[in-house]
Design a protein around this ligand. Structure first.
Ligand SMILES: [Zn+2]
Length: 163
């Protein structure tokens, strides 16, 4: 079983369990996954904070970080493509752990001011640097809409819930 944090078209957030990621894809595609608040069936997966942002300039300079981000994205792709979930999850967690450590070493922690600070950096109102902190899925989406590079990471502690 796999638990997803989901968002409907109206940004209602809810949790649902599925047999596996393919079952989620199929049920979501067929409109069988409905928001418990409004019945909307246009749902998507919400990835929870923490999130990190880097300026493009710094990304080019910082190869390690780029490699780590790509590895995390690849692991996430493997997981979506139906690689053995335990194996893919372990690979993904390893990469995320490394990435988190790297982010903690090289980026400034800005906590819940993340969205505000990412914007300030993007528009040249704050010092250009990598930052990390907490953001809601809505904030992350707004930042991406404005062309700001944001990478969302799962909370590692989430896997210990519901066990
Ligand atoms: Zn809804």
């Amino acid at each position: 079983m796999i638990r997803y944090q989901l968002l409907c078209e109206h940004n209602h957030e809810f949790e649902a369990w599925f047999r596996d990621s393919a079952a989620y894809d199929e049920q979501a595609h067929n409109g069988e996954v409905q928001c418990p608040f409004c019945g909307n069936d246009n749902v998507r997966k919400a990835v929870m904070a923490p999130a990190i942002a880097t300026s493009r300039k710094e990304e080019v300079q910082n190869e390690n970080q780029q490699v780590a981000i790509e590895a995390a994205e690849k692991a996430a792709d493997d997981l979506r493509a139906g690689t053995d979930p335990h194996e893919a999850a372990q690979m993904f967690m390893d990469v995320v752990k490394n990435l988190q450590k790297h982010v903690e070493d090289t980026c400034d922690y800005v906590g819940t001011d993340f969205a505000e600070e990412a914007r300030a950096i993007h528009y040249g109102e704050a010092e250009e640097r990598g930052i990390y902190g907490e953001a809601t899925p809505e904030q992350t989406e707004e930042l991406r809409d404005e062309g700001i590079e944001v990478v969302s990471l799962p909370k590692l502690t989430d896997k210990d819930q519901n066990s």
